[in-house]
Ligand binder design. Structure first.
Ligand SMILES: C[S@@+](CC[C@H](N)C(=O)[O-])C[C@H]1O[C@@H](n2cnc3c(N)ncnc32)[C@H](O)[C@@H]1O
Length: 187
């Protein structure tokens, strides 16, 4: 769910030795637009595969690492289970992964205010100031339906991966990170 590749600049800065990133997304159009508008100067570092990650035949043990930012919330639990299988199958032994998602900060005393911001203010501001854009129209509903990434952590563990569940900013985002057991042999 690489989308517009918001995470690529951070990966390349954090790991200067990184040879290339393979973006995987169901939408080639989204990828091409993002490459033209945002990433032309790093195009030599970005490869692309059009793929449906819910019905994927990406090769086994082919990825050194797998990263996803904000791609989980629109999937249901059965789809998360399929994704967990894909991550476990495609990682090389010793390969690492991290997936983060906007989440419902249950139990936080400012949750009602935060959800008002997500469900009302953010969509309103983007409609008013970004020429009627609706990118964030559903983010509040998606985030509350998603809950948090703890069930994804369980699914990944069930696939034999070592998994850490992380919460950020009172649970407004949650993540799963970890590795596939084994000795790492980078490409
Ligand atoms: C919310 S965006 C992710 C945002 C991304 N982090 C970015 O930098 O733009 C979700 C992305 O998942 C992609 N997507 C949705 N369903 C998918 C699927 N089944 N397989 C692969 N990509 C999918 C969409 O095309 C979209 O680019």
């Amino acid at each position: 769910m690489a989308g517009t590749g918001e995470v690529w600049p951070h990966l390349l800065e954090r790991f200067p030795g990184l040879g290339a990133i393979t973006a995987v997304d169901i939408s080639t159009g989204m990828h091409l637009r993002a490459m033209q508008r945002l990433h032309a100067h790093r195009a030599h570092k970005i490869a692309f595969i059009e793929d449906d990650v819910l019905a994927s035949d990406l090769p086994d043990a082919s990825a050194d690492f797998i990263v996803s930012t904000f791609g989980l919330k629109t999937f249901n639990r059965e789809q998360h289970a399929r994704l967990a299988k894909l991550v476990a199958r495609c990682l090389k032994p010793g390969g690492v992964f991290c997936m983060i998602e906007a989440s419902d900060p249950k139990g936080w005393w400012l949750r009602p205010l935060y959800l008002f911001h997500l469900k009302v203010m953010l969509p309103l501001v983007e409609r008013m100031f970004l020429r009627g854009a609706r990118d964030f129209a559903m983010i509040g509903t998606y985030s509350t339906n998603f809950g948090d990434a703890s069930h994804v952590a369980e699914m990944l563990r069930g696939e034999g991966l070592e998994v850490e569940f992380k919460r950020f900013f009172f649970g407004c985002a949650t993540a799963v990170a970890g590795r596939k057991p084994g000795v790492f042999a980078p490409s």
